[in-house]
Design a protein around this ligand. Sequence first.
Ligand SMILES: [Zn+2]
Length: 275
Amino acid sequence: MLLFYFVVGICIGSFLNVVIFRMPIMLQRKWHKEGVDILNLPPDEYKKIDQYPDLFNLFMPKSSCFNCNTPIKYIFNIPILGYFLSHTRCWSCKKPIPIQYPLVEILTGCLFLYIGYLHYDIYYTLSLMIFVSFVLVIIFIDAQTFYLPHELTTPFALIGVLCNLRGMISGGLLNSIIGGFIGYFSLWIINFIYNLITKKNGMGHGDFRFLSGILIWVGISGFIPIVFISSLLGISYFIVLYLLKKIKLSQAIPFGPFLGVASIIVLFSNKYFVL
Ligand SMILES: [Zn+2]
C-alpha cells in the first residue's frame, strides 16, 4: 500500500515538473500581451518572446526537451527511471537534464508515502496530497523565477477553505479564516515598516498571499512556528551564501520557498506545535 502511495507520488511529481517549467513561460506571455494591450502598441509588437510553440499550456504540446524542443520518447518520460535510462541527458542534443526533474518526483513520492503512512481517511489523505503538490510547485517556481503568482496562491487558498469547511485540518473554519487574515496582514505590516525605513520592499504581495493560504490550510496555530522556522531557514541560507561570497548584502532571496518548507514541517508535526 505504501508503495502505491509512492508510485502515485512520483507520477504526480512528474506533472508538477511540467507545471514548474511551463507556468512561468505562460505567465511571461500573458504579461507581455497585457503590456502590449495596455500600451496600445500595434499588434506586431506582440512578437514571440520565447522559442516554444504558439500553442503552449500545461497539456500541449507533448513533453519535449527544454533545450532543443525534440519530443521526449515515452520510455524516457517514465518518472525517475526515464532520467537514468537517458543517462541524465537529452537523447537528441545531449544537454544534461536538470537534477530538479527526478528530485521533484522523488520528493513528491516520499511526501505522498508519508501521507499514506499517516493513515488518515480518504478525504484527509487527498487534501494533504493537494496541499503538498501546490506547495512544491510554489517553492520551485519562486526559487527559480522570484514569481509567486496569484494564479497559484488563490486556488491554493480557496481549496484550503473548501477542505476546512468542517475544520478537517485547521481544527475549525474560524481558525482558517483568522489564519488567512493574520497571515496576509502580518507580513504586510512587516513589509510596510521595512519600506518606511529602507524605501525598499522586503517582500512581495505573493509572499503575503502564500502565508495567508498556508494558514487557511493549517489554521492560526501554525502562524508562530511557520514564521519562526521560515525566517530561521531564510536567514541561515542567506548567511551561508554570504559567507561563500555568492551573494551581496543588498541582494534579495525569494522567501516563498522557506515559507513552503516551514509549512510542510509544521503541518506534518502539528501535534507538537499546536498552541
Ligand atoms: Zn535536447
